[in-house]
Design a protein around this ligand. Structure first.
Ligand SMILES: Cc1cc2nc3c(=O)[nH]c(=O)nc-3n(C[C@H](O)[C@H](O)[C@H](O)COP(=O)(O)OP(=O)(O)OC[C@H]3O[C@@H](n4cnc5c(N)ncnc54)[C@H](O)[C@@H]3O)c2cc1C
Length: 469
């Protein structure tokens, strides 16, 4: 894959896509396939956005390849390539370990329902009705019911069941008991379709394949190209300012966060007052912390499962999961099967939810200390599953909400875009400012790899219609 230096980009394109997260990549690809002349501008030196990886010593660490729903198979075949689809494989061993229960599941509906019936002693009819209710949720439902109310309706007082149902989803999209039940229901039923999947070959292989496909379809790609401003004239988009250059296009799709797009790229003044009222209600979602462990060549990890939801907290609490010293984390274990064509590499990534504001104002010394303490807490937890893990590691490193902010520019380092109300603003942006579209993981429902790609397709259709009108 070769990129075009910014100074060699043309002065005018049909459409400019700002940002190369999975939403931006998919949108650029679809628009190029529809015959448009597309320029993709990415701030980072590589493509992928949060779908990223990095190399240390002999290790490759995946940042957001922990699991996605089966829907990726169809989506990648339909909107990307058969080769991409063919690398999607199931993760079969999902482990829960907390003071309320320890169990293993494939996270498929049959297996999950059986656990609810046999282990948690819930009547089969209640489990079936719960699944039917969750599966039938859609955007147009009454949004008044919260996830807490949904759970209390079916499993009153059963905090163990609530934890089993909710913990993975809070990691997947930051949602809480007090948000509309649909924010839970859509993500949960996506996973319950056929379990949890991953990309064999790693994030680097996926993004490499996507970059190649973009170039086959004629997209011009410039990396290390930070767009400073979206330019508007007479209430319409006319291009972007990037470094020293002004590049013209009647249509701009921003994969930068929705709040960035509005406040920093287009500017509040570009929008009508009525729309600003809606914008002001948008709250960004939480961010993440991670600790990456690389095993010295020759060291191995026994099979302890692929994805471990672990906690020593007495009960599930989304507030507890956001604390700097949370006792809840997921461990993603990457065995050599993750990259069968690479060197024999074992890595573990601990992921936690995190609040940007807790980390943002620490001094350099406080920040370094807080990262060390987080690493230590993860080591203590990981030792319960992999004894002597400290001696086996030759690389340990931490990322915080500040890291995610630095690499993606997202407001407060948000990992999952915005809360639910952001979706409405994102979907209607081009009506408020003709020519400007937003794509990316907003509004929970579009979060994650599958949501970002599917949203890329939806926005490409909107932009295509606009360009042809
Ligand atoms: C720690 C973590 C774990 C996750 N785990 C999973 C998981 O297991 N499964 C799953 O499905 N999802 C997971 N996710 C979520 C998933 O990674 C994201 O939802 C998805 O990748 C977001 O894609 P996006 O299209 O919204 O763009 P992003 O990935 O947010 O990318 C936006 C891009 O825009 C670029 N950009 C921003 N501003 C500018 C500018 N001014 N000029 C040029 N470029 C700009 C950024 O550099 C970035 O490349 C995880 C996320 C995190 C942080």
């Amino acid at each position: 894959m070769s990129f075009t230096p910014l100074n060699q980009a043309k002065d005018k394109y049909d459409v400019i896509v700002i940002g190369s997260g999975l939403g931006g990549l998919t949108c650029a690809n679809r628009l190029a396939r529809a015959g448009h002349d597309v320029l993709l501008l990415e701030y980072h030196f590589k493509l992928g956005g949060l779908a990223t990886w990095f190399k240390r010593k002999s290790h490759v660490f995946d940042v957001s390849l922990h699991g996605f729903p089966y829907g990726m198979v169809k989506t990648c075949k339909k909107y990307w390539t058969k080769e991409i689809r063919d690398s999607i494989v199931q993760l079969k061993d999902i482990v829960f370990d907390n003071p309320q229960f320890s169990l293993k599941t494939t996270f498929e509906k049959t297996n999950f329902s059986d656990i609810l019936v046999k282990r948690f002693k819930i009547a089969r009819s209640v489990v079936d009705t719960f699944f039917e209710t969750v599966n039938s949720m859609n955007f147009y439902d009454d949004l008044a019911m919260t996830t807490r109310e949904l759970f209390e309706q079916f499993f009153p007082g059963r905090t163990d069941v609530h934890r089993f149902l909710m913990e993975p989803i809070t990691y997947a999209n930051g949602s809480t008991f007090d948000e509309p039940a649909i924010t839970y229901g859509i993500v949960f039923s996506n996973f319950m379709n056929k379990g949890v999947y991953t990309f064999k070959g790693g994030t680097d292989k996926l993004i490499g394949m996507m970059g190649d496909e973009l170039q086959r379809n004629g997209v011009t790609i410039c990396t290390t190209a930070k767009v400073d401003r979206v330019i508007t004239e007479k209430g319409k988009v006319t291009g972007v300012a990037v470094g020293e250059r002004i590049i013209h296009a009647p249509c701009v799709v921003s994969n930068s966060g929705i709040t960035n797009t509005i406040y920093n790229l287009a500017g509040r003044d570009a929008f009508p007052a009525e729309f600003l009222g809606r914008i002001d209600k948008v709250k960004v979602n939480n961010s993440s912390c991670q600790v990456y462990f690389g095993l010295r060549p020759g060291e191995t990890i026994p099979d302890i499962g692929d994805l471990l939801f672990t906690s020593t907290a007495a009960e599930f609490s989304s507030e507890e999961m956001l604390k700097m010293d949370t006792r809840s984390r997921t461990f993603s274990v990457y065995y050599p099967k993750t990259r069968p064509d690479g060197k024999e590499d074992y890595t573990v990534v601990a992921s936690m939810n995190g609040n940007y504001d807790d980390w943002a104002h620490l001094s350099a010394a406080e920040y370094a200390k807080a990262k060390e303490e987080m690493i230590e807490r993860c080591f203590v937890d990981l030792e319960r599953y992999i004894p002597a893990i400290r001696e086996k590691c030759d690389w340990v490193e931490a990322a915080t909400p500040r890291t995610f902010n630095r690499y993606t520019l997202h407001t407060k380092g948000t990992s999952f875009g915005t809360k639910f109300e952001g979706l409405d603003v994102s979907r209607n942006l081009f009506k408020a400012l003709p020519g400007l579209f937003h794509v990316g993981s907003v509004g929970i429902i579009m979060s994650g790899w599958l949501g970002a790609i599917n949203y890329g397709v939806i926005v490409a259709n909107d932009a295509d219609a606009y360009l042809r009108s």
